[in-house]
Design a protein around this ligand. Structure first.
Ligand code: ARG
Length: 461
């Protein structure tokens, strides 16, 4: 029969079907190093409270250290009968320290406060690893923006030509969104840096153990205010999952553009061979699979978040076994980001832009019409009139199949008396770009400053 943690009032072990349902070692084993760190800290407060003799503490810490080495080397692994990471490691400890000393560690703690603490430790580490991977994508975008210099491209709204923008400006728009995701993990960390260890099952410990000491030992800023909240709440997991999903959604927005840009019709970019795939039947194909997988995996991360929230909804206080279902979604989110982001950063870093084509398309689709209207406003024409006049210019051009800058001086004054040849200063992409020189605008000088601020923010993280 399995070594259960609750032998006393039970006449036999759990049914095999229950044991199979209950088991979580196949996914919670990754928390083993954190559980061991928690156990070392717990042994020290037991000792401090006079519940563990000096010699026993030494035996205990040595056994935990040995167990940690064995876990790392693979010499110790969960057995089929171990229910979860905590059960397995308690067995490992007792095997190494003997039942007399090993059996003392469980005093004053519960798997409920253990798991709540370990999970925070694990996620705090991975907020950092995930942030670093997102920052690699940010840096790839920033480098491409730097390389793009003053190259223009068609800016779009509703996917229709809207106004010319700098390619660097467009790429940096994605970088800022991802920098906010990294910022979210930072904010999250300040809220998550409190330790539930010492909350016990729910009501706290009667053994005079100091939760603040354990918290410090485990790298937290302090201990939780409320032992019930500490053991029952998982908003820190949901919030982590949200940030992961948001980062994936932000990446998927880039992915969608990369997929469009790589089509024959757009022809904006060429993907590097190392970051595209071929077809098993069509020899000519070069497919943007990295971007498509990014778009697809964003859906998966949204599912992780939605599934987790559904688990948490309407759970009464305090710990409920439903909470064992909180781990797989967020582990999946972490693992998915760890395979996705390096490939995505590589794809961004190695894609090549056809800047001639981007420049040729930038003024098409009458994307300079707003410039005509705003030029008229600067000549004192009310915007309502200016908008009408610029619209008339577009209509005339459409009728004749020409572009705005192909209207003659006579055509222009014929449409409105204020349309003197001076308007030609904004009837070029360069003129249009240079005129949008307010903060955050697409004028080259503004984009240069924006680029250096993005570099600073990325480096600061
Ligand atoms: N494996 C459990 C979990 O992940 C640990 C806590 C179990 N506590 C309990 N009282 N059964 O949530």
């Amino acid at each position: 029969t399995p070594l259960a943690l609750w032998g006393g009032r039970f006449s036999g072990g759990p049914a095999a079907a229950l044991a199979a349902l209950s088991k979580s070692t196949h996914f919670d084993w990754r928390l083993a190093p954190y559980d061991l760190a928690g156990s070392r800290a717990h042994a020290r407060v037991l000792h401090r409270a006079g519940l563990l003799a000096d010699a026993s503490l030494r035996t205990m810490l040595a056994a935990l250290r040995q167990l940690g080495d064995d876990v790392a080397s693979g010499a110790f692994a969960p057995a089929p009968d171990d229910e979860d990471v905590h059960t397995a490691l308690e067995r490992g400890l007792i095997e190494r320290a003997g039942p007399e000393v090993g059996g003392r560690l469980r005093a004053g703690r519960s798997r409920n406060d253990q798991i709540a603490t370990l999970f925070r430790m694990y996620l705090r580490d991975h907020a950092r690893t995930c942030s670093a991977l997102v920052l690699d994508v940010v840096d790839a975008l920033i480098d491409q923006a730097g390389a793009a210099g003053e190259a223009p491209m068609p800016g779009r709204t509703h996917l229709q030509h809207a106004q010319p923008v700098l390619l660097a400006h467009h790429l940096l728009a994605h970088a800022w969104a991802l920098l906010r995701d990294v910022d979210r993990w930072r904010d999250w960390d300040t809220r998550t840096s409190v330790s539930p260890y010492g909350s016990g099952a729910l009501a706290g410990s009667s053994l005079g153990l100091d939760p603040e000491l354990v918290a410090q030992d485990l790298g937290f800023d302090g201990a939780v205010e409320n032992s019930i909240d500490g053991t029952a709440s998982r908003d820190f997991v949901a919030e982590f999952c949200f940030v992961a999903a948001m980062a994936a959604v932000d990446v998927s927005r880039i992915a969608e553009e990369v997929i469009l840009w790589a089509t024959k019709e757009f022809g904006f970019i060429a993907l590097d061979d190392a970051f595209s795939t071929g077809s098993s039947i069509m020899p000519q194909k070069k497919n943007p699979d990295v971007a498509e997988l990014a778009r697809g995996k964003a859906g998966r991360l949204i599912g992780d978040l939605a599934g987790l929230l559904a688990t948490l909804k309407a759970l009464p206080l305090a710990y409920n076994r439903d909470l064992q279902e909180d781990k797989e979604p967020v582990f999946d989110a972490v693992d998915t980001l760890h395979v996705l982001l390096p490939a995505f950063a590589g794809m961004i870093a190695t894609m090549r832009f056809d800047t001639d084509r981007l420049a040729a398309l930038a003024p098409q689709g009458f994307s300079l019409a707003t410039d005509v209207a705003e030029w008229l406003v600067r000549q004192g024409v009310p915007f309502r009139v200016a908008h009408e006049v610029a619209g008339s210019c577009v209509r005339v051009c459409e009728e004749r199949g020409i572009e705005l800058w192909e209207l003659s001086d006579d055509d222009l004054v014929g449409i409105h008396e204020a349309l003197t040849p001076g308007v030609r200063e904004v009837l070029s992409v360069e003129g249009s770009l240079a005129s949008r020189d307010g903060r955050g605008g697409t004028a080259p000088q503004q984009v240069r400053e924006q680029l250096s601020r993005a570099r600073q923010v990325s480096a600061w993280h």
